[in-house]
Design a protein around this ligand. Structure first.
Ligand code: GDP
Length: 296
């Protein structure tokens, strides 16, 4: 992840650092290369544009150019810009309500939604001692509900018993009732995915959200999907009240564009990164650590 972006930026900044004094033209030239590197990493064009504009304005300031180490200062400005692009700081799940708190997982089929639901459940149980109930509302994909039950058994987290033929809104109601009766702290609702965003999917999610009043609505997106992931995020954020994003397959060799565009496109923080198939392969997304990794 980020390897080729990191290499390209490294080359640009090594060159800048190698020179004692810098002119405005040097900085502008470097920023042009940064722009190309970000576009090649699949970062969405409007995001690149506003980033380069802001960073250039700061970096051509006289206090930077006249400083003792202008190259270092430019790199620091780019670093801070990247951190901001990635969302400034890491953010925790908001489940601090009278139990049960409801977390809804949404996203396209194959994005890693069900796996991520189980990863978050495991994390809440192991790290925060929460009593968690998971329920699959996916009545379209054969065996989706069974898949979640199997994962639940692996991590020792309860799943809602399956009732054949029940519709998503009714499953959600039953999950809430069970959670109240059995004093669960958190209910994770794994909603149905589709291969493409469609109105029926959005209507169904809105109907579930109305009755479940989640404190978190997390969009799960595949970081390998690049520009498509950005488009998916845009569509979802226009239709449902997202509270955050989970990027999966961050262990793969994605160019990084999805991660770098997500905050600007949705206006919501990236809360977690999936970094493998195992159920403990989930990390809190930390913008400054990721920016540090990109700049090497
Ligand atoms: P869903 O259709 O969105 O529910 O997707 P699944 O949860 O069934 O995941 C699809 C595949 O992606 C499974 O084989 C998962 O093991 C895999 N997967 C999910 N998250 C990650 C991740 O962060 N890294 C890797 N390498 N694989 C993942």
């Amino acid at each position: 992840m980020f390897d080729s972006l990191s290499d390209r930026l490294g080359t640009v900044f090594d060159r800048l650092r190698g020179r004692g004094a810098l002119t405005e033209a040097d900085v502008r030239g470097a920023m042009r290369e940064v722009r190309i590197a970000l576009l090649e990493a699949d970062v969405a064009l409007p995001v690149v544009r506003s980033f380069v504009e802001q960073v250039t304005e700061l970096a051509v300031g006289q206090d930077v150019l006249r400083s003792v180490t202008p190259g270092q200062m430019v790199v620091k400005i780019v670093h801070d810009g990247l951190v901001e692009m990635l969302g400034s700081q890491s953010s925790e799940l908001d489940i601090d309500v009278t139990p049960p708190a409801v977390v809804m997982m949404v996203g396209l089929q194959g994005s890693g939604k069900t796996t991520t639901t189980a990863k978050i459940a495991k994390r809440l149980k192991d790290k925060q001692g929460k009593r968690v109930l998971m329920a699959s509302l996916d009545v379209n994909r054969p065996a989706a509900q069974e898949q979640l039950a199997t994962l639940g058994a692996q991590i020792d987290v309860a799943t809602l018993p399956i009732v054949a033929g029940q519709m998503p809104v009714d499953i959600a109601k039953r999950a809430l009732q069970s959670a109240k009766l059995q004093a669960f702290d958190v209910v994770l609702l794994d909603t149905a995915g589709r291969l493409h965003v469609d109105q029926q999917l959005m209507d169904e999610m809105q109907a579930v959200a109305r009755i479940a009043t989640p404190t978190e609505m997390l969009l799960v997106v595949d970081s390998l999907a690049g520009q498509d992931a950005v488009q998916v995020a845009q569509n979802f954020s226009e239709q449902v009240a997202l509270t955050g994003v989970v990027l999966t397959r961050m262990d793969g060799d994605a160019r990084g564009g999805a991660a770098l565009s997500m905050r600007a496109v949705t206006g919501k923080p990236i809360k977690f990164a999936g970094v493998g198939e195992k159920l403990d392969a989930l990390e809190i997304f930390d913008p400054s650590r990721v920016a540090g990794r990109i700049l090497g």
